[in-house]
Write a protein that binds this ligand. Structure first.
Ligand code: PMP
Length: 291
């Protein structure tokens, strides 16, 4: 949290340090809730409709009625960005089951709570972001959809956090998770792509991953640049054989991967990652730059 952080909470905008939720809220008590993260550039939120739609779907998947509709939420976001003193930042939109009894039963929570934080976000502390991140292949596997569908962006992030703890212990910046079948799913807070034979490959949603909005933007950027992108299952060996590798996420944006454990990627003659990164930046400028 930084000193400039602000929070919209039930119609009011406060310095984030003053915002409060109840200790009886099932969000902190049980991780019962959903969230989404949105970046804003040039004072405008990027891919807002897609984020609000994903939030709606996550909420629907856990039987949670959003307390505000998309238009009201967009208005709240606009007011919050106007109050925040920088034109670029990150928004964290959280909807919890709301206060209820100490038991787990969601029916004891009559009204969901919603808050939105505007702040900076550093998903990883990289000494040299251009050089990229290091990954650790975690022994913690991504939860199968039959237990908790990774497509639901819920407040239960312990699966991802346990993998990140392993990465921290291994001295890596980020964790890479496999699904129970041994296929690559995603990072703890980002999606993964490789470049092989001058084409992009990324795991399909059926391999158990969040339907990343940055992932979708990158697929579009690649298509516009005439670069093929295939969504197909990846084994760790496919990553080790790849020419390039990168992560995508609202927080991470687009970061090259420099190594996975002791496997280092050596930069190819004509790398594609910088081309995709340029296209991504152009897309942000086109969508958000004030005209
Ligand atoms: N996977 C996980 C587990 C995440 O938490 C995130 C961050 N939201 C992503 C992927 C990337 O998704 P997006 O591009 O929509 O931020």
């Amino acid at each position: 949290m930084t000193a400039n952080a602000f929070c919209w909470i039930d119609g009011e905008i406060l310095p984030a340090a003053e915002a409060r939720v109840s200790v009886f809220d099932h969000g902190p008590l049980y991780g019962d809730g959903v969230f989404d993260g949105i970046r804003f550039y040039h004072g405008r939120s990027f891919m807002l409709d897609a984020h609000l739609e994903r939030l709606r779907q996550s909420a629907a998947a856990i039987g949670l009625a959003l307390p505000y509709d998309a238009a009201q939420t967009a208005d709240a976001i606009e007011a919050l960005i106007a109050r925040y003193d920088r034109a670029e930042g990150y928004l964290r939109l959280v909807v919890t089951r709301g206060p209820g009894s100490l038991g787990i039963d969601p029916r004891s929570c009559p009204r969901p709570s919603m808050f939105i934080i505007a702040d900076e976000l550093n998903v990883m502390d990289l000494s040299d972001p251009a050089a990229g991140v290091s990954l650790h292949l975690a022994s913690t596997r991504r939860l199968p959809a039959a237990c908790l569908d990774p497509r639901i962006k819920s407040l239960n992030y312990l699966n991802n956090i346990l993998a990140r703890i392993e990465a921290n212990r291994a001295g890596a910046d980020e964790a890479l998770l496999l699904n129970l079948d041994g296929y690559v799913s995603e990072g703890s807070v980002d999606n993964i792509f490789i470049v092989a034979d001058r084409r992009l490959r990324t795991p399909p949603l059926g391999d158990g991953l969040l339907a990343g909005i940055t992932r979708e933007v990158v697929i579009e950027v690649a298509r516009d640049a005439g670069i093929d992108c295939e969504q197909s299952s990846l084994l760790p060996a496919d990553l080790y054989r790849a020419d390039e590798c990168f992560l995508t996420g609202t927080g991470a944006e687009l970061i090259p991967v420099r190594r996975i454990d002791d496997h280092c990627f050596s930069p190819p003659d004509r790398p594609l990652v910088p081309v995709i990164m340029r296209g991504f930046r152009e897309r942000i400028a086109r969508d958000c730059a004030s005209g």
